[in-house]
Design a binder for this molecule. Structure first.
Ligand SMILES: Nc1nc2c(c(=O)[nH]1)N[C@H]1C(S)=C(S)[C@@H](COP(=O)(O)OP(=O)(O)OC[C@H]3O[C@@H](n4cnc5c(N)ncnc54)[C@H](O)[C@@H]3O)O[C@H]1N2
Ligand code: MOO
Length: 404
């Protein structure tokens, strides 16, 4: 059965997935998905400490000459207590003496023999970093389903976690059908074309955190496709492209059907990519994308990526968007349409060439918009919702990025 874009996403968002986990060193966990809520096992800072190199004082003594009675370095286990009109020389990060109610930076003091006087106004509690002000004991640091990035590694390492429980990378098997297609390292005749879809999905699935296997090139026969499918059934997801429409050499559907393929989605009301098929054989999901390169790539961005997020165990499975303006008028022909384009931070410019069979589109696009079937035109400057594709947020145009 064919579904709308939203119905399709609802189905995918609710797929049952069998997540497996493993325990790995945090150094290897970048871009993996956390499989367990992680709580702080100690407060941070662990003790009240100095934010400056200088002197620990009692606030009430600030206007008096203060005798320097000790020096504390970061890492010292010092339990000294401040007495009236005394201070302690202290380094950044060192535990403050008992009774400390202000730290005076070194450059705001004058030294006379073994005494100091303070040359600037003092605020009570200044430059003291208090126990637990950064992280409190038992605070939730990482949620099950969070992607681990460098900043999560900061948290984990600051707590002394050496290992983390993460979901196993989903196994994705990829092959292509269509005998006219040759792999990029093969010699081809004038009437043949290169298979660009398979390397595209291989690269994209790796980029999106999956373990990817290239299964090979199927011939245009049911038996050949069937053999590749059978060899791929230990994967969590098989991604194929081509052979889903009604052409005489479109054998993909037939091959799947001989293998007890349970259809979940048979067509999506979207342009391009309507002939997309999604289903399951045993525990392996199968995404049959159309052969047309741009159609399949856009469908992968809109739906395939969500399937991968589910299979990765991520809790972030919903498309987010950025509001921007469209740089030119755009007509829409009574169907939900995916339009690739380039967003420069303010304006989204639709890709000028964007026929479903083209390969030279997404290499110059960083995002897409999905225009509802009920919307028949977008006016120049109209606000739109932009979904990132290839977004590194650097640009070849130097910009003044300071908020002034
Ligand atoms: N009579 C109809 N014809 C078509 C319909 C239709 O509804 N009725 N739908 C069109 C639409 S929309 C699409 S999309 C395509 C889908 O076709 P297939 O998925 O069966 O793909 P193929 O026929 O195998 O190939 C289509 C096109 O894409 C090229 N291709 C295929 N695989 C690759 C690859 N791995 N790398 C690069 N290029 C690839 C292939 O050479 C064809 O040019 O059907 C329309 N037709
Ligand atoms: O879905 Mo086919 O999407 O346009 O070429």
């Amino acid at each position: 059965m064919a579904f709308s874009v939203n119905e399709t996403l609802n189905i995918i968002e609710n797929l049952k997935v069998d997540l497996k986990f493993e325990i790995i060193p945090i150094e290897e966990s970048i871009n993996r998905v956390c499989a367990k809520d992680i709580y702080a096992t100690s407060a941070l800072p662990k003790f009240d400490n100095s934010a400056m190199d200088g002197y620990a004082i009692r606030f009430e003594d600030r206007n008096n000459p203060l005798e320097v009675i000790d020096t504390i370095f970061a890492g010292d286990n010092n339990t000294i207590e401040l007495k009236e009109n005394c201070c302690v020389k202290i380094m950044t990060g060192a535990r403050v003496p008992k009774n400390t109610t202000a730290i005076i930076p070194k450059e705001e003091t004058k030294k006379h023999n073994n005494k100091i006087s303070i040359t600037k106004d003092v605020k009570e509690f200044q430059h003291i970093r208090y126990i637990g002000e950064d992280i409190s004991l038992n605070e939730l640091l990482l949620k099950k389903g969070d992607r681990i990035n460098f900043a999560k590694i900061t948290l984990l390492s600051s707590q002394g976690f050496s290992h983390i429980k993460v979901y196993k990378k989903p196994k994705i098997a990829i092959f292509a059908s269509g005998e006219e297609l040759k792999l990029h390292y093969e010699k081809i005749e004038d009437y043949q074309i290169y298979n660009s879809n398979t390397p595209t999905f291989l690269a994209r699935a790796i980029e999106l955190g999956c373990e990817v296997t290239f299964m090979g090139q199927a011939k245009d026969s049911v038996d050949s496709i069937k053999e590749l499918i059978e060899n791929s059934l230990d994967a969590d997801l098989i991604v194929t492209s081509g052979g889903v429409s009604v052409g005489d050499a479109d054998f993909t559907k037939e091959a799947f059907n001989t293998l007890d393929f349970k259809t979940i989605i048979d067509g999506i009301y979207v342009k391009p990519g309507k002939p997309t098929v999604f289903g399951k054989i045993k525990d392996t999901y199968i995404l049959n994308l159309p052969g047309n390169p741009l159609a399949s790539a856009l469908i992968f961005e809109l739906f395939g990526k969500v399937i991968l997020q589910k299979l990765r165990g991520s809790r972030n499975i919903f498309h987010n968007f950025i509001l921007g303006k469209i740089s030119e008028e755009l007509k829409n022909k009574k169907r939900t349409t995916i339009i690739p384009g380039d967003f420069d931070g303010e304006y989204f410019t639709p890709s000028q060439k964007r026929a479903p069979g083209m390969v030279n589109v997404l290499s110059n696009a960083n995002s897409m918009i999905v225009v509802d079937e009920k919307k028949d035109e977008l006016l120049k400057d109209e606000q739109i919702k932009i979904l990132p594709i290839n977004w590194k947020f650097f640009t070849d145009v130097k910009k003044d990025f300071l908020t002034k």
